[in-house]
Design a protein around this ligand. Sequence first.
Ligand SMILES: Nc1ncnc2c1ncn2[C@@H]1O[C@H](COP(=O)(O)OP(=O)(O)OP(=O)(O)O)[C@@H](O)[C@H]1O
Length: 330
Amino acid sequence: MITVSDLRKVYRQGNREIVALDGVSLEVPRGSIHGIVGHSGAGKSTLVRCLTLLDSPTSGSVSINGAELSSARDADLRSARRRIGMIFQHANLMDSRTTAQNVAHPLEIVNTSKDAISTKVTELLKLVGLEGFENAYPSQLSGGQRQRVGIARALASDPDVLLCDEPTSALDPKTTEEILVLIKDLTVRLQLTVLIITHEMHVVKRVCDSVSLLSAGRIVEHGPLRDVAAKLGSELSRTLLPLPSAEPLGTGAVLEILFSGDTASEPVLTSAARRFNMDLNVLAGSVETLAGTQFGHLRIQLPTGVNSSPVVEYLHSQGVSVRATGKDAE
Ligand SMILES: Nc1ncnc2c1ncn2[C@@H]1O[C@H](COP(=O)(O)OP(=O)(O)OP(=O)(O)O)[C@@H](O)[C@H]1O
């Protein structure tokens, strides 16, 4: 488990203070994957640097399985860093070294014996599906294979936490899927605690158990994927379950509706149409399964002149999230 408590990072430029992290707290249990998303300048890179101890936080703490990292110094700091493996957007391999030599590098630094390195490298390359590529150089590997080498190297020191900074941003969709499947599989098999910093929502949808939205150095939304997606109108819900824009037809009230779990499969809309004796226009819709829960997200329009309040009340009573949009939203 990784626990981040009230982390602050303030940069000073002359007499100006830039608050890059403004009290970030989060807890990610072992064996699970947490996504961190946010716009440019939100503080994602600063968070990565503070978590990997490449930069020291102004205040607050980071601990792994209860052991405090942020106050570690010198030798302790080096061993603390080994508890966090890093994967980057580009694998950043050493071009003059083979696959096996790249993976061996973190072990050589801590003077591991040649035999132990050889055994470990063989084991790691098998784990990431690169058996037979021991002697290949990075230039002879595909982007996905290079990323696998990067993952094997990150796991060489048996870290508790795997920190992935935009791990699939440079990969095509098929390779992205393969790498995400590998990360998910390793998380479960090795009981890792994984943090993925990404701007790609499909990465969050595909592998994350929980997610945080970082904005101006603060976590403004967070929680298990199915809970944040279920909050109709929130930024994370809108980006996880996007709806295409569609012009309303005529002047009837426009409602945005979110079904989840059991209500997603019940004919609530049909029963509302029958109950209020009206036709409904579906302007836009999407159905998705997130973290094992089915979500239906719809924008519907009521006929001109129909009062939306009793309809909204009825839909709420059926366990459906509803909000008026457009001119009715005020
Ligand atoms: N070394 C630094 N000195 C001064 N300000 C900094 C420094 N590093 C980051 N910042 C500022 O801290 C804030 C957060 O920056 P950060 O790079 O962490 O954002 P980010 O979410 O990673 O953005 P991006 O997605 O564009 O990489 C920004 O306002 C940035 O200008």
